[in-house]
Ligand binder design. Structure first.
Ligand code: SIN
Length: 519
């Protein structure tokens, strides 16, 4: 087994990971390991923007804090939220220094926009709807210029390397061939592997965003929490024969409407803010409307906006639809919700520290409780940037050292693992269907129980065999599915987060129809 050594090991090539590397490099060497190209992670696809306490006054901070808490359905940690929002100014200045091309008006002033549940316009964007890709590019360009940086890809995280004292001092990875087992020893390991929304049948996330960081951290002894809290994005393209594609919430922020079969803006029946109600409420309203009248299409319409505005402001979305033969400026498009963001994950504090010494977690893989049960739009890029910097003092304070390479005994033990049977795509589709149906927008205790039984049965097919990347990925998927379903069944506040999703009448009606009692 090849063994390399570095000061700081970052796993995951999104905005959180590159921000961490950029801030750690002044203190030592760093390596970033990614399982695919940078364009294969969620950061690259982030359309909406970067939410900031725009103006950065005490009042601007307070209003952003309050909007985050309100959207989070009462389940945010207030102190963490404040820490996050207060970090916005510094994070933004860092990006300006790197030259991120944020969109500006003809006078050179930065443009801001609104998205759902924001009480004011405070979101900055770049390239219209290419904010994630452009921030990631600026960070990566800067990091790749640094002498003590190394990028390793495609390598799949296999196991956290725990020394006998229980401290994480590196990680093991699988290369493209299963025999390419690689050890990377480090003083500190930073997990920034993203979430697991691609474990659901309908998702906005890139294909391999299947929560494997959570699964590996769980095996290393980290506490995993709030996995029931998945966010479903309401406006995801729903065209037969074409993959789900995100139609950014900023389109509603700029005045887009959601229309039912009759052409009515039905969301005002669910919330006084209509299309700009918190994302969970909008997603659930769409789900309910489509459940009531399965033959209907809910359409997103921006046809009333000035000609040329949509193609200019949302070039990526407009171009994608144009390629499918649809002109968004003249034609409303059918949408339905899809899994979008994981609010729970590896429990960590606002310095990114997990319960395992030597291991930090940041970004979507981490649960810092800043998002509650429903993340405020565009707070995720803010979190990635703020946390990628906040980890540094605690890593330096820990003063951890690397240890020597593993011996042949360890290498032999690593080369085998208990892994379940997997029939490739067919097996993946089954897991995704189970999660979509039993842990989706509307859940029942009975459904979650059945889902869990199914997952446990698949896991019990496991037997010891030589390590194999595809089977290992599937084992991770099942393990995350188990954590989600267990959390739905056991979280003491499960009822509380569910109740925030809709009116009592709807819940009682559905509980009766289904006969099993809603969470
Ligand atoms: C969107 O562009 O609608 C998504 C932004 C986000 O998830 O914050």
């Amino acid at each position: 087994m090849e063994s390399l050594s570095v000061d700081y090991l970052v796993v995951g090539g999104g905005i959180a990971g590159f921000q961490a590397v950029l801030n750690l490099l002044p203190h030592g060497s760093a390596m970033l390991v990614s399982k695919g190209p940078l364009s294969s992670g969620s950061s690259y696809f982030a359309q909406g923007g970067l939410a900031l306490p725009w103006g950065f006054s005490a009042d601007a901070i307070e209003s952003h804090v309050q909007d985050t808490i309100r959207a989070g359905a009462g389940l945010c940690d207030h102190k963490s939220v404040r820490t996050l929002i207060e970090g916005g100014s510094d994070a933004f200045e860092g990006l300006l220094r790197l030259g991120v091309p944020f969109d500006r008006d003809p006078r050179g002033q930065l443009r801001t926009t609104r998205e759902a549940a924001h009480s004011r316009s405070r979101i900055v964007h770049a390239g219209g709807d290419r904010t994630g890709a452009l921030i990631l590019k600026s960070l990566a360009d800067e990091v790749f210029r640094q002498p003590h940086f190394r990028f390793l890809s495609p390598y799949q995280l296999y196991r956290i390397r725990l020394d006998e004292d229980g401290v994480a001092r590196g990680a093991y990875f699988l290369g493209e061939r299963d025999s390419d087992l690689m050890e990377i020893r480090a003083r500190a390991v930073i997990l920034s592997t993203g979430g697991g929304s691609s474990l659901f049948l309908r998702t906005t996330n890139p294909r391999f965003q299947r929560g494997d960081g959570v699964s590996v951290a769980y095996r290393a002894g980290c506490e995993i929490e709030r996995m029931a809290y998945y966010q479903f994005h309401p406006t995801v393209l729903d065209l037969p024969g074409s993959a789900p594609f995100l139609l950014t919430e900023a389109m509603r922020g700029e005045g887009g409407h959601l229309l039912d079969r009759k052409g009515d803006r039905f969301l005002f029946r669910y919330h006084p803010d209509g299309e700009l109600a918190p994302r969970d409420i909008v997603a659930r309203a769409l789900w309910l409307e489509l459940a009531k009248d399965p033959g209907q299409e809910i359409r997103l319409s921006v046809t009333h906006l000035p000609k040329g505005f949509v193609s200019n402001r949302f070039p990526q979305v407009y171009g994608h639809l144009k390629d499918l033969g649809i002109d968004l400026e003249t034609t409303p498009v059918p949408v339905r919700p899809a899994a979008h963001f994981q609010m729970g994950g590896v429990r960590s504090d606002m310095e990114g520290k997990t319960g395992v010494k030597g291991l930090w977690a940041i970004g979507e893989v981490a649960s810092t409780r800043v998002h509650g049960a429903n993340r405020l739009a565009s707070n995720s890029l803010l979190e990635a940037l703020v946390m990628g910097k906040r980890i540094v003092p605690s890593i330096l304070a820990d003063g951890l050292r690397t240890s020597g390479p593993s011996g042949p005994e360890e290498a032999r033990a690593l080369s085998e693992m208990v892994l379940p049977d997997c029939l490739g795509e067919e097996s993946w589709t089954e897991v995704k269907t189970v999660l979509w149906e039993k842990a989706g927008i509307v859940r029942t205790l009975d459904g979650a129980r059945k889902g869990l039984e199914w997952v446990l049965e698949r896991l019990s097919s496991g037997r010891k065999r030589p390590v194999h990347g595809a089977l290992f990925a599937y084992a991770n998927g099942l393990s995350v599915a188990r954590l989600i379903l267990m959390d739905i069944l056991t979280a003491p506040i499960a009822g509380a987060h569910y109740l925030s999703y809709g009116s009592r009448t709807e819940q009682e009606g559905m509980a009766r129809d289904d006969g099993s009692g809603l969470l």
